[in-house]
Design a protein around this ligand. Structure first.
Ligand code: ZN
Ligand code: ZN
Length: 441
């Protein structure tokens, strides 16, 4: 049974007055009041009276959205708390309107045993302000040689399995992993990279890498593994979730697999949706990530894939690193960027405001998509549901980096960019998780 953990705190009584309530999965787009009592949504309607002891939030001009769900976060727990921890990472997520996040097991030690998983869940229970789940590793030590005790890890609450940070290089091990997870009905989340093609690569292979003389990382390295794993999942009848898809050819493979009925979900990151390898011309290491930023044609394919549903999740791959790991020459810098605090705001600015992607599509990919992929309860603006929601000013514009990050790390690829949409209040699992209004008051 999948476990999500969050710090114990009081459930809230809140009345949101006169906000736009937008939840496309519920078919809801109205201006109304929404009443939360004891952490549950109990009424949606006009002119609701606030019961005694209820905090009133003026919602005029604001939008109430369902809580966002991020299926791909690196909380760095256990062992790398100098980069991030459950307190800082979940606070960063809450500030970005998230109410549930899933953390990756490429930690120190790797989450590859029941004891390590339990310890990580315990950290979340002590410190996380929103709900946190963990994926466990596919292979012991993420070394790609022998499988972890998947049944035991599933029994103790793993949400799925991944060797993220690395691919499962051996097709034989991948096949066996698929055979093991099939009866557990949990997804394998896959970082797709053919390592013999990416060795020595620092950025996308193309005109920009040639100009800079930096080692190239060909897009086909991702697509080959995507094709392999879709075929293996099809043969074994198991579910796979493809992480941070970045190039057009991979999307074509996913679309073909879906047509054949393969159970494959996939995610794209905000940075791959709005940036290309041209950003690397600055040699700023905050544009160094795995997979690398690809071409404009690849970016257009990701946007199209999001609109057609081939890409059904938006995931940040929030990967915090300390300054000493990033403020070094590009080739020496660690791969990865933060993303929880900027995800929806950069997408609102770059995709929704210019009418490239409807808000509905973005919200579905940040709620319904990840919940379907990992069998999580979907945050919904619905009477009877536990309050997992956030109040946004979708028109507020702000500059990334002007305010300190909640994350312990500041390796954002959007530093200095003007973005759109500020999350004012987040309520996760009926509990107050983020309160910008308190700060502004
Ligand atoms: Zn990865
Ligand atoms: Zn990752």
């Amino acid at each position: 049974m999948t476990r999500l953990e969050q710090r114990e705190s009081a459930v809230v009584n809140v009345l949101v007055q006169g906000a736009r309530l937008f939840d496309p999965v519920e078919g809801l787009d109205v201006t109304a009041d929404l009443l939360i009592q004891d952490g549950k949504i109990v009424q949606i309607g006009d002119k609701i009276a606030a019961p005694a002891g209820t905090r009133v939030l003026k919602g005029m001009g604001k939008t109430l959205l369902p809580g966002l769900v991020d299926p791909h976060v690196h909380l760095r727990v256990p062992g790398q708390e100098y980069k991030e921890d459950c307190v800082s990472g979940s606070a960063a997520a809450a500030a970005g309107g998230y109410t549930t996040i899933l953390s990756m097991p490429n930690t120190d030690p790797v989450i590859d045993s029941g004891a390590t998983l339990e310890a990580a869940l315990e950290r979340a229970k002590e410190g996380a302000v929103i709900q946190v789940g963990f994926l466990a590793a596919v292979s012991v030590g993420r070394e790609g040689e022998s499988l972890t005790e998947m049944r035991d890890l599933a029994d103790r609450g793993a949400v799925g399995f991944t060797d993220d940070g690395s691919p499962v290089e051996s097709a034989r091990l991948m096949r066996r992993a698929l055979q093991y997870v099939r009866p557990l009905n949990l997804p394998l989340a896959l970082h797709e990279e053919e390592p013999s093609l990416t060795r020595g690569g620092h950025m996308h292979e193309g005109a920009v890498s040639a100009t800079l003389g930096l080692g190239g990382w060909p897009g086909i390295a991702e697509t080959l593994m995507v094709a392999r794993d879709i075929r293996l999942a099809e043969q074994e009848g198991a579910r796979i979730h493809l992480q941070h898809i970045s190039v057009r050819t991979s999307i074509e493979e996913i679309a073909r697999g879906r047509e054949r009925g393969v159970r494959v979900s996939s995610e794209a990151t905000p940075h791959h949706l709005v940036l290309t390898d041209r950003a690397v011309l600055s040699l700023d290491s905050n544009f160094k990530m795995n997979p690398p930023l690809a071409s404009e044609d690849d970016r257009q394919a990701l946007i199209e894939g999001l609109k057609t549903g081939v890409i059904d999740c938006i995931a940040t791959d929030h990967a915090p690193h300390a300054i000493h790991e990033k403020e070094v020459p590009f080739e020496a810098a660690a791969f990865g960027v933060t993303g929880l605090e900027t995800a929806l705001p950069i997408l609102l600015e770059e995709l929704v405001a210019p009418d490239l992607v409807p808000l509905e599509t973005i919200i579905r990919a940040m709620t319904e998509g990840p919940c379907n992929a990992f069998d999580l309860e979907r945050p919904a603006l619905r009477v009877g549901a536990t309050a997992n929601l956030a109040l946004w000013d979708l028109e507020a514009r702000w500059v990334v980096g002007d305010r300190p990050f909640r994350s312990k790390s500041a390796n954002s690829c959007f530093l200095g960019d003007t973005v759109r949409g500020m999350c004012l209040v987040t309520i996760a699992n009926g509990r107050l998780a983020h309160d910008e209004l308190e700060v502004l008051a």
